[in-house]
Design a protein. Structure first.
Length: 313
């Protein structure tokens, strides 16, 4: 357990994963912040929907080894650090050894315009002011969320963080409601993750969610762009149905940056909504018979660069 690490101690010195050579160097590796023994995980492919992605090399804990309590490479140590940097009662609070973060909607900008291509993109409903980021706290809030996204992206799944960090939204009446991690962070490296997201969004879309996926394309449309993520099949058995996620955005600087990140991993924090189901019927390569695929399209909006975490794997 613990984070996937990019640095280790080798012969008393810090070594970056990029400089480590398993064939030529000692395998006696330690955590950068404590004495825990680490092992090296080489780059390996992973099938994701119809495409194969590459899991980048990293260091991980050796079986049977554990980080010292409070080590920066533990979830607890990382959360403590995030809390110390961003402590604000409206954003993040601490109760004993657990932390709580408020899940807020990213505010709609006044110049946001809908176009025919994305008219069904999320529209913010009125009367839920409690759930928006307080005025003047957008950067502080989103950078806290971004730190949390980074921490989670370095873990294998939600299991370790969900015990230490609770997520909370406020209802219309001001009641506090807990949001489960499995309904907040959807990781494309887990099978059926997007289908679970789709089912959840069909029932509920009154809070922002994180999607951890891969950039498929940046598609220009009237008045902006769509950042489309690599779709995921419903399941390993069902590759006819696919979940496709597209984020509407306008910011030219962000678009330029994203262009260099095609096929790379990204985490996006945004309010999302199921839009519509579309179909596509190409001829099967082998049999030459038509075959129909169904795309279940989820849409979201990106207004701020801090909603995006690009991962340099
Ligand atoms: Zn450690």
């Amino acid at each position: 357990m613990g984070k996937k690490m990019k640095e280790a101690i080798l012969n008393g010195k810090i070594i970056s994963i990029n400089d480590y050579n398993q064939e030529k160097m000692s395998r006696d590796l330690q955590c950068r912040y404590c004495d825990a023994s680490l092992s090296y995980v080489r780059e390996h492919p992973r099938d994701l929907g119809d495409r194969r992605i590459i899991v980048s090399r990293h260091f991980k804990l050796k079986p049977g080894s554990e980080h010292e309590e409070g080590c920066m490479n533990t979830v607890g140590g990382s959360l403590k650090n995030i809390y110390a940097k961003h402590a604000d009662n409206e954003i993040m609070t601490k109760e004993d050894e657990t932390y709580k973060v408020r899940i807020l909607l990213v505010d709609n900008t006044t110049d946001f315009q809908s176009s025919s291509d994305q008219k069904d993109t999320v529209n913010n409903k009125k009367g839920r002011k409690l759930n928006y980021i307080p005025t003047g706290k957008k950067t502080a809030y989103l950078s806290t969320i971004k730190s949390i996204m980074r921490l989670r992206s370095e873990l294998d799944n939600n299991s370790e963080i969900q015990n230490k960090l609770t997520l909370e939204i406020s209802s219309n009446t001001g009641d506090k409601i807990n949001v489960r991690w499995r309904n907040f962070y959807f990781d494309s490296s887990e099978d059926e993750s997007y289908r679970k997201m789709l089912n959840y969004l069909k029932r509920k879309h009154d809070h922002s969610i994180c999607v951890d996926g891969y950039i498929k394309e940046i598609k220009p449309i009237k008045d902006g762009y769509f950042l489309n993520l690599l779709p995921q099949n419903f399941s390993q058995e069902d590759n006819i149905n696919k979940v496709s996620i597209g984020y509407y955005m306008k910011d030219q600087d962000m678009i330029e940056k994203l262009k260099n990140y095609k096929n790379k991993r990204i985490v996006v924090y945004a309010q999302c909504k199921f839009q519509k189901k579309t179909s596509f019927t190409p001829l099967n390569n082998r049999s030459n018979e038509p075959i129909t695929f169904y795309y279940h399209n989820v849409k979201g909006n990106i207004y701020d660069k801090n909603q995006i975490l690009l991962i340099d794997d």
